[in-house]
Structures are given as C-alpha cells and as structure tokens.
Design a protein around this ligand. Structure first.
Ligand code: NDP
Length: 281
C-alpha cells in the first residue's frame, strides 16, 4: 500500500480562498483584521515562523505587526506591552511566539493576553473553554489537523485515536478535539511504556514529540491515517517530521508530509481565529 498524501498546502490555499468573502465583509464595515506578534530573542526557527505568519496576513490584506524584543527583555516589560496591546481597540489578535527565554514565565505571559485577543487559544480560560466543550479559540495546530481529517472524510466517531505528545499547545488540545468528535483517545508521553502497543492500535495517529522520525512504519496499524506535526531541521538543513515518512507511507492509508502538511494549516487557522476575533469585536 502507498498512502494518499494529505496536501496541507493545497488545503490551506483553499481555506484562504474561502476566507476572502469574510475579509471583504469586514472591510466593507471599515474593519481590517489586525494581528500583533511578539517575538522575544533570536531563535532562528521562531523567526521563520513569525515571518511566514506575517507574510500570509499581509498577502491577504490583513494588518500584521511584529514587535521584536531582545532576549534579555524583562518579564515586566513584556507584560506592560501586552497590557497596552490589550487596550488597543484596532487590534484583534495578540500572539506571543514560543518558546520564550528561560527567565520569563510562559503561563504568566500567555494569561496576560486578553482572552478575546488570544488567537493562539493558549490562555487558561480558552484552554478551559475547549476542555468544557465550548471552545472560543481553538489552538491553530490541532484545529488545522481536524480540518485535514475532515478534508479526507475520516470517520472519527468510534475511531481509535492515539496522540503521541502531550504539550499544552499541540498534544492536549488535539486529544480534546478528537474526543469531541467521538474518537476514543489515548495520549502518550515520554514515560509511556511500550509506545508501539499504543500506536499500533491507532486508526488515527497524531505525532507531536519533536523527536525526528521516531515513529516508524512498523509502529503503525495498516490503513491508519497518520498526521505528522513535527518540524525538525536536520544537520543537512532539511526539514524532517516526527514520523519516518518512507516507511510510514508503505503502511498508512493517508499521511501528511513534512514540509507541506500541518505547517501551512497552522498558519491558515491563525487567520481563521483572527478573522473570528475581528468579527466578534
Ligand atoms: P513539546 O516539547 O512541548 O512536547 C513534546 C511532547 O512529546 C511531550 O509531551 C513529551 O512528553 C512527548 N515526547 C517526547 N519524547 C517522546 C517519546 N520518545 N515518546 C512519547 N512521547 C514523547 O513539543 P510541542 O508539542 O511544542 O511540539 C512537538 C513537535 O511539533 C515539534 O517538532 C514542533 O516543532 C512541532 N510543532 C509543529 C507545529 C506546526 O505548525 N506544524 C506547531 C507546533 C509544534 P512529556 O510530556 O513526558 O515530556
């Protein structure tokens, strides 16, 4: 079997086209959806993500500002800037690019963003809203994954879904969304014993560990749908997923590539959340 490739880039482009009408309706009312991204320090991967978010927004005629702070910026300085942005009525979305330098407490920073502008969906109240079944902003990466599964007409009701990785930004919200759609969900982490016994059961396998190519074809149930969230830059400069694509594609029925899979979907779901924030405001 050779798996169907789930083309995240093509799906992201299709969603962008569908958003054009909503953007126009807002513009007709004099509203231009506006996002401000805060980048602290000089992590090269973060700089790439921030640029690509900025370019996507400006290409569609939305407003995007990037505020760059040096790595030694104090937490208080950062919080003061966020409070100022919270009060800016022309701004609909605020995003703090993670990871932050070690001297800054990520949760404190995220929870200082107004929940109405938290387009990443990481604020504790937005995480709670997702958990209790009435999401306001769904974190972009798992939201994009759900859209990819929908595009393939994957039946989630009663399906065995396994999420490898349990972070607040990917694994946990991913598991909640799959569960909301009726899947039976297992969440694995770095302490999971006999990982393969879990991954092998999965009709839908989502991998988000940051461990390059750790899931191989022999760990996958024949016919499974495999979603590779990982983005790892190899020594050769090439991007690799958390799944070993060549062996996995021999076993899976459908699989996302890296690059061109979940990455472009994450950015387009940020657009969706920002447009929604502008519509609500
Ligand atoms: P984190 O480092 O925050 O979390 C990794 C998770 O994976 C943890 O829960 C950890 O377990 C678990 N884990 C690590 N090693 C193993 C292992 N050997 N077996 C099972 N579980 C393991 O990472 P993120 O969730 O932020 O990101 C994960 C990956 O997704 C990265 O490659 C990142 O670059 C990528 N990413 C891609 C995005 C996209 O747009 N495509 C967006 C965001 C992230 P424990 O809890 O025990 O520590």
């Amino acid at each position: 079997m050779t798996a169907t490739v789930i083309d995240g880039k093509a799906l992201a482009n299709q969603i962008k086209e569908e958003l054009a009408q909503r953007i126009q309706t807002l513009k007709n009312k004099g509203v231009i959806p506006a996002l401000t991204v805060i980048l602290v320090g000089d992590d090269p991967a973060s700089a790439v993500y921030v640029n690509s978010k900025h370019n996507t927004f400006t290409q569609l005629g939305l407003k995007s500002d990037v505020l760059r702070f040096p790595a030694e910026t104090s937490q208080e300085e950062l919080l003061a800037k966020i409070r100022e942005l919270n009060n800016d009525k022309t701004l609909h979305g605020i995003l703090v690019q993670l990871p932050l330098p070690k001297h800054i407490d990520t949760n404190t920073v995220i929870d200082t963003i107004s929940p109405e502008k938290d387009v990443d969906g990481f604020h504790v109240s937005n995480a709670g809203a997702l958990m209790t079944g009435n999401p306001r902003f769904i974190p972009c990466t798992p939201y994009g994954v759900i859209k990819m599964l929908e595009s393939q007409n994957v039946n989630l009701k009663g399906a065995e879904a396994v999420v490898v990785g349990a972070s607040n930004i990917v694994g946990k919200p991913m598991a909640l969304l799959l569960q909301k759609e009726g899947a039976t969900v297992t969440i694995c982490n770095s302490k999971t014993k006999d990982l393969t016994s879990h991954t092998k059961r999965a009709d839908i396998l989502v991998v988000a560990t940051g461990r390059p190519e750790m899931v191989t074809g022999d760990m996958i149930k024949p016919g499974a749908v495999v979603i590779d969230v990982g983005i790892n830059r190899g020594a050769d400069g090439k991007l690799k997923g958390d799944v070993e694509y060549a062996s996995a594609a021999q076993v899976a029925s459908a699989i996302t590539p890296v690059p061109g899979g979940v990455g472009p979907m994450t950015i387009v779901m940020l657009l969706v959340n920002t447009i929604e924030a502008a519509e609500r405001a």
